[in-house]
Design a protein around this ligand. Sequence first.
Ligand code: SIN
Ligand code: FE2
Length: 201
Amino acid sequence: MRHLTEYFDRQAQELLLAEILKVIEGAPLFTPTMPRTGKSFSVRMSNCGPLGWVSDKTRGYRYQEAHPDTGKPWPDMPKILLDLWDDVSVYHARPEACLINVYDAHAKMGLHRDEDEDDFSAPVISVSLGDTALFRIGGLARKNPTRSFDLKSGDVLVLGGDTRLAFHGVDRIKTGASDLLGDQFPEGGRINLTLRRVTKP
Ligand code: SIN
Ligand code: FE2
């Protein structure tokens, strides 16, 4: 695991946010639901890149080429994210999916592993924008001890090697930490982007 604090400075965060808001115009946020129970996630999602991660009651967790509501292909991945991948991934092929997680002030994400990809040799690279998240990470089994730390706006987290399949989640959002999202989230909020390689190149 590598935590690159303030990888993106304020200006780069603003540029990246503008790109992501453009993506969301073309691929509107949707609320995924849990397999079987159909319970809604507290985060809303979208994606960019050739593949997007989606989930619903009947078909469960998966990647697909089209937006679940509009049926349209996902927008292209912004160059700034491809450059990030080239800079930190140490991997020989491009990412295929960028999952966009939008947290309002009360959203959180339970402990889980990112395991819907065919290729675990590529890292998962995440970018945080807006309010701080209290992020939790454990080991390869759900029962392993965990620890938590803050992910702040502009931070990049790389889960690779032994940590690629570690359990992780977001306990809560610390509102008031950043004004980056400003008008979009008057009560506070956070956007997290995760870049993934899905198929084996
Ligand atoms: C995720 O695990 O998909 C999101 C993690 C985060 O929001 O930092
Ligand atoms: Fe995850």
